[in-house]
Design a protein around this ligand. Structure first.
Ligand code: AMP
Length: 289
């Protein structure tokens, strides 16, 4: 695996590879890699001929400085995992390489309200930060294929808007969420859960499934099922930011009848850790054993 810390070296290398007709598949990450990231890398390797991964903990997408400071960093283990996953190129920049003029806004994308709803409403500035870093990373790597996780469903919609705005012909693939055996969505932030919180955390996915099943059975009682789900989580010890049923493209709240691409999305705190998850509302997600 080739590791580049400077964008000029990265771009020079990728330019050479493009000349040999390589299909560049890109997986942007913030490190602290887990099997969810590795599933994206596996898919990237299957569909591309050159797999590029980036690790950069992007300061501009953290609306909470304490969360940025506490973000787990496990570079040695990440390097081993990337080698084992046969990643071809790792781009490992520092903030100056990504933001040579400081974290100023270099691109403006009309997110059509996506940055006002759900994650956007609870994390002001977060998606504009995501847009800034993705614009920079995609401009440098210029991948043919881009792999991102549906665990961050709203982020996938935001990056699609960026691609549309830039008219970049990149093929964005939204990949299914990898879960622990008990259903908890894998996340770098799970490392920060205490033993007790880790035991409780799968309740988030269980509740999504129960609420989804209730809404599928009684779509006209959608609001009641959402309320019950929120209460259930609060009683279990979560502090719920939102649990909403939304249109799969606009993330506007929905009502019966349920559109085929509707999602059920949740964000909740357990102790000092903020967890998010989502599932399709119309289709049945498998129940973990
Ligand atoms: P992050 O390092 O958290 O910025 O995530 C990097 C990429 O991995 C994003 O596209 C995430 O959506 C994706 N990802 C994170 N967790 C999972 C998971 N459990 N399953 C699949 N993809 C994931």
């Amino acid at each position: 695996m080739r590791v580049f810390k400077h964008h000029k070296d990265l771009c020079a290398y990728l330019e050479l590879q493009r000349g040999t007709n390589s299909l560049i598949a890109f997986v942007p990450t913030m490190g602290a890699l887990h099997p969810g990231h590795l599933s994206l890398i596996r898919a990237a390797r299957q569909e591309g001929t050159l797999c590029v991964v980036s690790i950069f903990v992007n300061p501009t997408q953290f609306n909470d400085p304490a969360d940025f400071e506490a973000y787990p960093k496990t570079l040695d283990a990440d390097l081993r995992l990337l080698e084992a996953a046969h990643c071809d190129v790792l781009y490992l920049p520092d903030a100056l390489d990504i933001y040579p003029d400081g974290p100023v806004q270099t691109v403006s994308v009309d997110l059509q309200g996506l940055d006002q709803r759900l994650e956007g409403a609870h994390r002001p500035g977060h998606f504009q930060g995501v847009v800034q870093v993705m614009d920079r990373l995609l401009g440098l790597v210029q991948p043919n294929l881009l792999f991102m996780g549906l665990k961050d469903y709203q982020q996938v919609l935001v990056v699609r808007r960026l691609l549309d705005t830039r008219r970049w012909p990149m093929n964005l693939k939204g990949m299914e969420t990898c879960r622990e055996a008990d259903g908890l969505a894998m996340s770098s932030r799970n490392l920060r859960l205490s033993g007790e919180a880790r035991q409780l955390a799968p309740k988030l996915y269980q509740t999504l499934q129960e609420v989804a099943a209730g809404i599928r059975a009684e779509p006209s009682k959608l609001a009641d099922w959402l309320k019950q789900g929120r209460q259930q989580l609060q009683h279990a010890g979560f502090s719920v930011e939102y649990l909403e049923a939304a249109d799969g493209k606009t993330l506007e709240p929905i009502q019966a009848p349920i559109p085929p691409d509707a999602r059920l999305l949740v964000a909740a705190w357990l102790e000092q850790v903020r967890l998010i998850d989502n599932i399709g509302l119309a289709a049945t997600d498998p129940i973990p054993s």
